[in-house]
Design a protein around this ligand. Structure first.
Ligand code: AHR
Length: 630
């Protein structure tokens, strides 16, 4: 029965959000639409992703020059000399596991260049996997001072594995840097923008918040390689590249070419949040590197820089345009504040070292910005000693949010559907900041975790418990978000993509169903007088939407057989005579969506009649159902 008259806790507008981390080529090579890899020659090996090429008997040479003394952020550039007046010499860029280009779409090339001698001309070509020329354009007339030069071309065919040839012709020498190729149609048409299909998939989740930039990359392998937001804003040519925490040479996850260009930096994250209607939730380093790596920490009496970064970030996001950081935001194109309301202090950090540093952050931040909510770290597991210790300490500190992470087997999610039913209501609110059900694809003898239907179903069952306890659990996000099929380090992930296409997993559709059908207040659902959390393999939560006067009932059937249920709408309100229904189901617990078959497990619409205030329905085997009644 659903007690329709009883309006329970408010469901925060930011309840269901997204966790963004540059893992699995999520930023460079993914959401960030730049197609040229190592555009500024700053990777550990400066010519990584580049190779020398010649055409028609041409000849030349490339020298990488390091001007670190005068330009610490962008030390390297390439000096290209053309040696012959016939043919051409050039540099080819492989892209991020190739470059994806589309037929009839425009691509914008840009380069920083200066002419040292001669009258060098640049010929640019996009070339397909079969060596067919797909588009081309020319640039010339370079001056002796550095300048930015641009040219565009349209591709005549679609290719997922194209590459870029940059040919130099006529004897002479040019210096080049920031060699770039972007599609014209980035998300919302922004310069230095985002890949439209991926950003649209994020927007379609209707996320209440976006957490960025991670994850472990916030911490870095060591403090020198931690994420520092100030290095990610301003002119992209001045953003200092670092090695990605997920740069690895491990077996099939090998990504020795994984660096962070910071082309997608804090300004772009805030802008994305704005564009998709999500609250920004930046997470900052708290003076501790990744505790799985070096576990390096800054001495407690030297955390001022870290705390100052946090204070300055509030000014960057919310400050007046006449302030230093607010002024930079305005100069970057967003004079209006981003309306930052919360911020995370550290990621997956634990022990007394964390608590000491959190206290320092909280003291200064709360004094200056009492309205900014602080999200604290929970350590790696919700069930270990570390978690209990942090929970006790951060409760004493009256922390606003405790960020719990759970990467567990589906059974854990089912068992924990009641995890928050008896939780301490007076302690910190919970941010379920990273979770995913992990199960190996044994059906296909695959040793890897996959985004199978059974994992998504278990998450849905668990999420009914989060929704029921929305007074405690105020934000939740699946993790990780994005993964390139040819360059991943971690799975499962919510959205998979190649250089042209992307696919929402069954887990994606679960997130979308919960987020798009959230409601504004919890409404009690009972079965035999108790919350519905596993009896007869059924899990349920309900809400009402004050604006639309809709009752929204979610029912998850985790059993492999269909079940008949009667939903009894109790209360004074008179429901309309019909309900609409969304169902996500599969009888194959190992089913998953692929780029070739993206909708194998995807929501189906339906509905039916309501008789005497009752919905008589048959729950499909292994299904997630949403019933909506006006
Ligand atoms: O989501 C992948 C990783 O899992 C995150 O970077 C980290 O916070 C967690 O350990």
């Amino acid at each position: 029965s659903v007690l329709t008259d009883s309006r329970g806790p408010a469901i925060p507008a930011a309840m269901w959000g997204i966790f963004f981390e540059d893992i699995n080529f999520a930023a460079d090579g993914g959401l960030y639409a730049e197609l040229v890899k190592n555009r500024s020659f700053e990777f550990a090996k400066p010519m990584m992703a580049w190779k020398e090429i010649t055409k028609d008997g041409g000849a030349g040479s490339t020298l990488i020059i390091n001007r670190g003394e005068t330009n610490a952020n962008n030390p390297r550039f390439a000096r290209v000399s053309v040696k012959k007046d016939k043919g051409s010499y050039g540099l080819a860029n492989e892209g991020f596991r190739g470059m994806g280009v589309f037929k009839d779409k425009q691509y914008n090339f840009s380069i920083l260049a200066r002419q040292l001698s001669g009258n060098v001309k640049i010929h640019i070509e996009a070339v397909g996997a079969n060596n067919e020329k797909l588009g081309e354009t020319d640039l010339q007339g370079f001056k002796s001072d550095w300048g930015k030069y641009t040219a565009s071309f349209t591709c005549k065919a679609t290719d997922a594995k194209a590459h870029l040839n940059v040919y130099f012709e006529n004897p002479g020498t040019v210096d080049i840097d920031m060699v770039s190729l972007f599609p014209q149609d980035t998300y919302k048409g922004r310069a230095n923008g985002l890949r439209a299909d991926l950003a649209e998939k994020l927007a379609a989740l209707k996320p209440g918040f976006i957490r960025f930039p991670g994850g472990c990359i916030v911490e870095g392998r060591d403090l020198a390689n931690r994420y520092q937001w100030k290095k990610t804003v301003g002119d992209i040519a001045d953003r200092e590249l670092i090695i990605n925490r997920w740069n690895t040479e491990f077996a099939n996850r090998s990504a020795p070419d994984y660096f962070q260009s910071y082309g997608l930096g804090f300004f772009e994250y805030f802008q994305l949040a704005d564009d998709i209607g999500a609250e920004p939730l930046p997470i900052l380093n708290c003076g501790m590197a990744c505790q799985y790596n070096t576990a390096e920490v800054a001495p407690v009496d030297q955390t001022d820089t870290y705390i100052q970064d946090a204070l300055d970030l509030v000014e960057f996001a919310n400050g007046d345009v006449n302030t230093k950081w607010g002024g930079l935001r305005a100069a970057m194109g967003h004079p209006k504040p981003f309306n930052l309301k919360m911020m995370g202090v550290g990621n997956e950090q634990w022990d007394a070292q964390y608590v000491e540093r959190y206290k320092l952050f909280a003291k200064v931040l709360k004094a200056k910005y009492p309205n900014i909510k602080l999200v604290t770290s929970s350590g790696p597991s919700p069930d270990g000693d570390k978690f209990d210790y942090l929970h006790a300490e951060l409760t004493k500190e009256k922390a606003d949010f405790l960020d719990e992470h759970y990467y567990q087997a589906p059974e854990w999610f089912l068992k924990n559907a009641q995890r928050y039913d008896n939780y301490d209501r007076s302690g910190p609110k919970i941010f379920a900041g990273e979770y995913a059900a992990h199960i190996k694809d044994t059906k296909n003898n695959d040793a890897e975790y996959k985004n199978t239907w059974i994992s998504a179903l278990a998450e849905a069952a668990f999420m009914t418990g989060l929704e029921r306890n929305a007074d405690v659990v105020q934000m939740a996000s699946y993790a990780p978000l994005l993964a390139h099929v040819d360059a991943w380090q971690w799975r499962p992930d919510l959205i998979w993509f190649d250089n042209l296409r992307s696919v929402g997993t069954p887990n994606y559709y679960v997130q979308q169903i919960f987020s798009a059908n959230k409601g504004t207040n919890v409404v009690p659902v009972k079965m035999d007088g108790a919350v519905v959390a596993g009896k007869d393999s059924i899990y349920s939560s309900a809400s009402m939407d004050a604006a639309t006067h809709q009752l929204i009932i979610k029912v998850v059937n985790t059993s492999s057989v269909a079940q008949s249920v009667q939903i009894d709408l109790q209360g004074k309100g008179k429901p309309q005579k019909v309900y609409s229904q969304i169902t996500l189901s599969s009888t194959d617990k190992f089913a998953y969506n692929t780029l070739a078959n993206p909708l194998k497990v995807s929501p189906q619409q339906g509905g039916g009649g309501i008789q005497a205030g009752k919905i008589n329905t048959s729950l499909q085997p292994m299904s997630v159902n949403v019933y909506k009644v006006n």
